[in-house]
Design a protein around this ligand. Structure first.
Ligand code: ZN
Length: 107
């Protein structure tokens, strides 16, 4: 991981807190009562994730037997980590973006 300057780190923490609040709001019993501000938060978090994509791990460069890393098509963050020789196909969308997709907020 590249070292981050304190300001970036602060933004990351703020985005994490907002994401957690969103995820709490997105329990099934609350679906349908999402607000404009919830959408704004979600899109802000998505924009943050897109602007702070992790460096992708090249699965081909890992030792035999290493887990395989897969990345979200929407935001570029890790969407799945599977053991080598996985049977079920990997997910190409991360948990945060799945929620956005469910609400039709993914552009
Ligand atoms: Zn994503």
């Amino acid at each position: 991981m590249p070292s981050e300057d304190p300001e970036v780190e602060f933004d990351r923490v703020a985005a994490d807190i907002e994401l957690r609040r969103l995820q709490e709001a997105w329990t099934p019993s609350h679906q349908g009562v999402t607000t404009t501000s919830g959408r704004a938060y979600a899109l802000k978090c998505l924009a943050w994730r897109r602007a702070h994509k992790p460096e992708k791990i090249d699965n081909g460069s890992l030792y035999a037997g290493s887990p395989m890393y897969f990345y979200c098509n929407a935001c570029g963050h890790v969407s799945d980590v599977l053991p080598e020789g996985y049977i079920m196909g990997p997910s190409h969308i991360c948990e945060e973006c799945v929620a956005l997709k469910q609400f039709g907020w993914l552009e």
